[in-house]
Design a protein around this ligand. Structure first.
Ligand SMILES: Nc1ncnc2c1ncn2[C@@H]1O[C@H](COP(=O)(O)OP(=O)(O)OP(=O)(O)O)[C@@H](O)[C@H]1O
Ligand SMILES: [Mg+2]
Length: 355
């Protein structure tokens, strides 16, 4: 990739959006040789006029540079996420997120590391936080895991969201957190077997049609993995940053890094790393046992050149809280695990300057 070409391409906005084509992760090649610029773009839209329109913008922009005499633009239209980009390109910039100050994704490369548990407890911890005005923070939580939406269970919500005018959905509220999840819209028995493109279309509509109102922060629980669905979500949602969650094993690092690379691709900053299931505390001796090894969190943070936001112990109360739909932060405000979640919430609030 040629940095000069990349910085020129950063001036080109994706039609209908305020973000540029580089930050959307569309540029797969950008070279400059003998005053000839060669650019390859990968689009995931079926909007027929989009490739030509972006091609024209790229050619115009590059030919205006003194360094370039000739431009070659290759465009590949990918079918896998068909539908995700096309709707977005036709729409005006989405309005659903206008009243939200910061949008932060909770992500991991691997499943089952405690993403949803962290998202739920962080949301509850943040909603107890005071903003500069002295009021508590307004917090939203969006569960984007359409295959296994677990947030409603973890936070004890089962109410069906109300449909407002123009097909907007009203989030439901639990422990002071505004919540939206696919789990609230489908019956528990309904198997969620949609395939990629269908899922993306649904998620996009779902993400852009929630009436959040004014929020200080919206946390996003992403589905596990680093595939097309996650990448498209990172492109659709106007994210201000992402938190990567990992476990203490050093082997988990590579997976966490893969997760982080996905955000780099779309220019979303990694705000920090959280380590879950760090140790088991003996309540009598206060001794810590490091069942899953040690060091994975801080080492991952180092490798990603980002901060370490803190560790969360293995705690039966955390699991029970999830099983009963009362997050530990709510059920035991003085407990050890609550202190861990609070401290992470503090760091996050500082990082995104919402308190
Ligand atoms: N620190 C912890 N101590 C004890 N149990 C935990 C802890 N963190 C998570 N769990 C439990 O581990 C299980 C998996 O957690 P969770 O659903 O949050 O993971 P996830 O990363 O969101 O999974 P998925 O990838 O399936 O979305 C849950 O039963 C949860 O209660
Ligand atoms: Mg989950």
């Amino acid at each position: 990739m040629d940095e000069q070409i990349i910085s020129l391409l950063k001036q080109i906005k994706y039609p209908g959006f305020s973000r540029d084509i580089v930050s959307f992760g569309l540029v797969s090649k950008a070279t400059l040789e003998n005053r000839m610029a060669s650019v390859k773009l990968e689009l995931s839209s079926s909007e027929p006029t989009l490739p030509q329109s972006i091609r024209n913008s790229v050619e115009q922009c590059l030919l205006a540079s003194d360094l370039i005499d000739e431009v070659e633009v290759g465009i590949v239209v990918k079918k896998t996420t068909d539908g995700a980009g096309s709707q977005a390109a036709q729409d005006e910039s989405p309005k659903a997120f206008d009243g939200i100050k910061k949008i932060v994704a909770v992500a991991s490369g691997k499943g089952g590391v405690g993403k949803s548990t962290l998202a739920v407890n962080l949301a509850c911890a943040l909603s107890n936080h005071e903003a500069e005005t002295g009021e508590t923070l307004k917090v939203g939580l969006m569960d984007c895991d359409v295959y296994g939406p677990s947030v409603p269970l973890l936070i004890g919500a089962s109410e069906k969201p109300q449909i407002l005018r123009e097909n907007f959905l009203a989030p439901v509220e639990s422990y002071g957190v505004k919540l939206m999840s696919m789990g609230l819209l489908v019956d528990e028995e309904t198997p969620v077997v949609w395939r990629g493109p269908m899922v993306m279309k649904t998620i996009q509509q779902f993400a852009e049609n929630v009436e959040w109102g004014d929020l200080d922060v919206l946390l996003i629980d992403l589905p596990p993995g680093t595939g097309d669905a996650q990448l498209s979500l990172a492109q659709i949602l106007p994210l201000d940053g992402a938190i990567i969650i990992t476990t203490p094993q050093k082997a988990a690092m590579d997976v966490a890094r893969r997760g982080a690379r996905m955000f780099e691709k779309v220019n979303v900053p990694i705000l920090g790393v959280v380590e879950n299931m760090s140790y088991l505390l003996n309540p009598d001796t206060q001794e810590k046992s490091f069942l899953f090894g040690q060091g994975g969190g801080p080492l991952t943070a180092q490798a990603l050149k980002t901060g370490f936001l803190g560790e969360v112990p293995i705690d039966e109360e955390i699991r029970l809280g999830g099983d009963h739909g009362i997050p530990v932060v709510v059920s035991n405000p003085e407990g050890n695990s609550t202190k861990a979640f609070d401290s992470i919430a503090n760091s996050l609030a500082d990082l995104v300057r919402i308190s």
